[in-house]
Write a protein that binds this ligand. Sequence first.
Ligand SMILES: [Zn+2]
Length: 450
Amino acid sequence: MGASTDAIPEPRLCELHSHLYGCLKPEDLEFLARRRPPRREIFLDSYRRNHGVEPPEYSTLFAGTPESRSLLERYYYFLEPAEFRFFQTCFDLIISVAHTDPEELALVSRRVAAAEDADYAEYRVLFPPRDSPALFGEKVHAICEGLRDAERDTGRTLRLVPSLWREQSQCDASYDQLRSLMHAQDIVRNYTVGVDFCHVEEGHPPAAKREFFARVLADNRADPGRALAILYHVGESFEDKSVESAARWVLEAAQAGAHRLGHAIALGVNPDLFQGPERGVRREVVSERLDQIAFELQHRDSLRDAGYAMDVDALMGEAKSLAALAEPESHSVAIEYDEARRENLRIFQDWAMQGVRETGAVVESCPSSNLRIARLEDHANHPLARFLAADLPVVIGADDPGILKTGLQAELDLVADWPGVGKSAVETMLVTARRSRSDRLAGRQPCLYG
Ligand SMILES: [Zn+2]
C-alpha cells in the first residue's frame, strides 16, 4: 500500500457477497414501479405456477399506502425455508418492476448504497444474456457512475463485480468486453474489481472453468492495475449429484484458482441433514458418479490416510459397469445416505476442507440465505462452525438482504449466537473480510479504494 492510502481508515464492515437487485427493499420496488410501467405478467405467471392462486393487482400492491406497503412486504419477503421456486417468485417480483436500463442501474446503485450496512461493499450484477456488447458496456458504466455518486453521498467504498454467465461463449464475450471497457474508461477500471459466476450451478462443473480462470490470472499478472478477482458460487445447489461430488466441486473451483467461493455449503453441511424420505436418498447422473469415482481413486492414499473408507475393487468394478452403459447421460444412480455413508461423507468433507485451505481460497458464507433458500433450516446443519474449525478463511455475506429482510450486521449478530461460532469468530471474520476484498485478493496495484 502506498503512503497516500495509509491515512484512509480501514472499513469496519465489508460486505463481500451481495447481489445488487437482491438488496432492493419494498420502497425501492415501489420506486421502480412508479418509474416505468411494470411487467406484471412476469410475477403473475410465476406466482400462479408456484402458488396456484392469483396475486393482487399491481394497482393494489403498488398503491403507495401503508396498507399496500404491508401487502407488498407479505408478497416480497422470503422469511421461511421453502423450495427454491418460491424464492424465485419473490425475485420475479423484482424482475417485473425492473428494466435494468442504464439510468435505472445508476439510480438503483445509489439507493442500495444509501441503505447499506457496510463501510465497504461489492455488488454483483447479472446482466440479461441478450444484451449487446455496447449495451453491456453502457450498463457497467452506469453502475460505476452510480457507485461513484453513492460514495460521495455516503462516504462508503463501493465496488462492482459483474456476474458472468457460466456458458463459456457468453462468459468469454462478457469478459473480453469488460477488459476493453477497463482499458477505455478509468471509472470502469477503478470501480470494477472482480468477476462472479452465479445462477444455475448444475451442469456447469468448475473443472470446465480451469482454462478461463488461468486466463484471468494470467491477465492479472500481466496488468495488475486492472486485476480482477474470481468469485464463484459453488456447492450451493446440487440437486443432481451426491454431496461428495458437490464438495469435490468446491475443492475443484478453489484449485482452479477462484479467489472466493460463494456459499460452499456442500463442503461442510452437516451430513445428518441427509436422512429421511426427502433427503436420505439422492440421485447422481452417471457421468458425475464416474468423475467422483475417478477422483477418489486418484486420491486414494491421501483419502485413506484421512480415515475415508474406500473399497477400491468395488469402485473400479462400479466404474467399469457404468462406463459400459449405452447412454450414460440418460442414467443416474441412487445413493443412500445411511449412517455409515454419512460418517464417511463427514470425513470426505474434512479432507476436502483441508484441500481448500491449502489453496488460500476464501469462503463466503451467507447464513440466512442458506437456512432459507438452501433450506438448511437450522444452524446445526449450517457449515459455518465446521469452516471455522477447519481454519478456513471465512467471511459473512447477506446475499439478497432486500428479499431476505436482513443486512450484514444482522447476519453477524445471528451467527454470533451460534454454537461453534461466537463473538470472537465474528471479529476474526471481520478482519478476514478486510483482507479478502477483491482488489487485494486479485493483487490489484495500486490500491484504488478510498
Ligand atoms: Zn449469491
